[in-house]
Design a protein around this ligand. Structure first.
Ligand code: MTE
Ligand code: MO
Length: 201
């Protein structure tokens, strides 16, 4: 069991569950508009400064789960690979490369946008996008690609898996209600816009 599972957080793998993944052997290719493209290994990620972002993953399907997501800031990774000033979008690719999604660089550079490997101090397992997933609490959860194997820096936008199937490209969170997984699935209203601190009460 994991904390996310204990909270009964739904598990989404639209392309099919990937099965067991090799955490220690995990590598993320960082490519596109940068001066130092290359591979980021599991041990390199762990050696980079760790950021803990208290935040919520909020799905357009209307659940929301809050916790302490631990990982490396995407901004630190972009610095490490010396992202070019022409890079305007960051595209995340999941294992199998069927699922992808892209976010604007200004969202990628924000302080709670992570390549996350932990939730509440536990390593993420495959159900929840381990070894390493995107965590983008500012936008609907479909931007938080799971089990990321590739980060691509681009000068233009490309619609991702869900965006091509009708979800909005900007993934701006719309007002309504969500099931708050931290409160046993209780229905709570959410405001329009980014969700960082809502439902704290
Ligand atoms: N590879 C992959 N990443 C994905 C998805 C998916 O189906 N496949 N679903 C997205 C959606 S719609 C949401 S809300 C979150 C859900 O994360 P969870 O399955 O850890 O709860 O993952 C996002 N990342
Ligand atoms: Mo979602």
């Amino acid at each position: 069991m994991s904390r996310l599972k204990d909270l009964r957080t739904p598990i989404f793998w639209v392309e099919g569950h990937p099965g067991k993944l090799d955490r220690e052997g995990w590598e993320i290719e960082v490519t596109g508009l940068c001066n130092k493209p290359g591979k980021l290994t599991w041990s390199e990620l762990l050696s980079m400064p760790k950021t803990i972002a208290d935040g919520r993953l909020t799905s357009v399907t209307r659940f929301s789960v809050r916790g302490k997501w631990g990982g490396v800031k995407v901004s630190d990774i972009l610095e490490e690979v010396k992202a070019s000033s022409q890079a305007k979008y960051v595209r995340f690719w999941s294992v199998k490369k069927i699922y992808d999604t892209s976010i604007p660089i200004d969202v990628a550079l924000r302080e709670k946008t992570l390549m996350a490997y932990e939730f509440d101090g536990e390593y993420l397992d495959e159900d929840y996008g381990g070894p390493v997933r995107a965590f983008v609490p500012y936008l609907w959860g479909y931007k938080s690609a799971k089990s990321v194997v590739k980060i691509e820096l681009m000068d233009h936008y490309i619609s991702g898996f869900w965006e091509q199937r009708g979800y909005t490209d900007d993934a701006w969170i719309e007002a309504g209600t969500v099931r708050d997984m931290n409160a046993g699935g209780r229905i709570r209203p959410i405001p329009d816009g980014e969700v960082i601190k809502f439902l704290d009460e």
